[in-house]
Design a protein around this ligand. Structure first.
Ligand SMILES: Nc1ncnc2c1ncn2[C@@H]1O[C@H](COP(=O)(O)OP(=O)(O)OP(=O)(O)O)[C@@H](O)[C@H]1O
Ligand SMILES: [Mg+2]
Length: 390
């Protein structure tokens, strides 16, 4: 078993930066787990602390049955692929892949054989005698993976392994990585700040901010029901619309517009209460003709995204002032609403448009936290050993 369990894990760097702040997290055996968050939120620190390359200032890390908090990296049975691959430039591909085995004092013949086998699995057989400088970015990435794989670790830690690749190679590499992880079934923690990559690859995602976990869930859970406005704004290729609203006679008032209350907010809100209404641009429908009660305003920007366009409207809204936590900044009394419009139906800047939320897709946030009748704050237990999901 190689589940990873972190309890109140804390890392304070010399100088006082609290990079991990009493973080609790459980990663299941065999899971492909993504760590997502803005630059500086502590992703690399968390991986390095799991690997033993950083000493925890407090709390514990367990891998399987073992408490590894006090163990040096070599005794933890983890392999890490770094942000910059960190290949040895003076060594051949073969020697790079075999290096961890050399450290483990595996004899020369065995390690040569293992390096060749791993290289073959990763399609590197023809490149064994080359040096890293003679490889493409994608090939270097595979060498770094092969080096991590060659010693069959219990845990893979991958720190933005795709970040140096161009967009096309990156897509190829991530499909490859997903297949490889599924075949090997090794517990994998994958750091990225690309939310699309996390959604595409992971069994579960943890979204981090300031050394803490803001939400853990499947890609669907974090996309459909962000637990707070931070996650809502972070996940999704276009951030969720977060609009100041007021409960008014069983409906939500946004300026002159009246919107239905989200399904599971019934009984959870009080009349007159100010909240933040959240809806993804993908879940709004645009109408060029008047829809009674709908959000309406002037089209200010139309961005072509290929098969769809992202349309921004300037909409009159409640003047709730800056006090509401999690409310977007904007001119008092106006707000910007974004809606995804299919090809061929795009309006022109200057047009007046109406937007209508699709049923079951809107959310409410109070003080930045999701208002819900069901207890989604609980983190669902990961499926035991079930990393496989395509
Ligand atoms: N060796 C160090 N000494 C002091 N502070 C550090 C050190 N390494 C990282 N930090 C700080 O700790 C915080 C977390 O850094 P970390 O590298 O874990 O972030 P990250 O989420 O990996 O960011 P990125 O996406 O930019 O790689 C940052 O504020 C960073 O400046
Ligand atoms: Mg990092």
């Amino acid at each position: 078993m190689s589940a990873i369990t972190m309890r109140e894990l804390t890392k304070v760097y010399p100088g006082g930066v609290r990079a991990l702040d009493a973080l609790d997290l459980e990663i299941a055996d065999g899971e492909f787990f993504a760590l997502l968050g803005p630059s500086g939120c502590g992703k690399t620190t968390l991986l390095r602390t799991i690997a033993g390359l950083e000493v925890a200032s407090g709390g514990s890390v367990r891998i399987g049955e073992r408490d590894v908090t006090g163990l040096p990296p070599g005794k933890r049975d983890v392999a890490m692929v770094f942000q910059d691959y960190a290949l040895f430039p003076h060594m051949t591909v073969r020697d790079n892949i075999a290096y961890p085995l050399r450290i483990k004092k595996v004899d020369r013949r065995t390690r040569g054989g293992k390096a060749a086998d791993t290289a073959e699995e990763l399609g590197l057989s023809g490149l064994l005698e080359r040096r890293p400088g003679q490889l493409s970015g994608g090939q270097q990435q595979r060498v770094a993976l092969a080096r991590a794989m060659a010693c069959h670790p219990q845990v893979f830690l991958l720190d933005e392994p795709l970040s140096n690749l161009d967009a096309r190679l990156r897509l190829e590499a991530r499909t490859f990585l997903k297949r490889l992880q599924r075949e090997l079934g090794v517990t994998t923690v994958f750091v990225t700040h690309d939310q699309a990559e996390a959604l595409a690859l992971a069994d579960r995602i943890a979204v981090m901010e300031g050394g803490r976990i803001r939400q853990v869930g499947t890609p669907t859970e974090v996309f459909r029901r962000p637990a707070n406005t931070f996650v809502a704004g972070f996940i999704g290729s276009t951030p969720m619309n977060l609009i100041d609203a007021r409960v008014h006679g069983g409906e939500l008032a946004v300026g002159p517009a009246r919107l239905p209350l989200p399904d599971d907010s019934h009984g959870q809100v009080t009349d007159g209460e100010r909240l933040v209404y959240g809806i993804r641009p993908e879940y709004l429908d645009y109408s060029p003709t008047a829809v009674p009660g709908a959000l309406t305003g002037e089209v200010v920007v139309v961005e072509n995204l290929g098969s769809v366009s992202l349309v921004s409207l300037d909409v009159p809204a409640d003047d709730t002032g800056p006090a509401d936590a999690g409310s977007p900044a904007g001119d008092a009394g106006r707000t910007s609403v974004q809606v995804v419009v299919p090809e061929g139906a795009e309006p022109e800047p200057g047009d007046t448009g109406w937007v209508v939320p699709r049923p079951g897709r809107s959310l409410l946030y109070r003080d930045g936290t999701l208002v819900t009748a069901t207890a989604t704050a609980e983190v669902p237990a990961p499926r035991a050993g079930a990393a496989v999901r395509s």
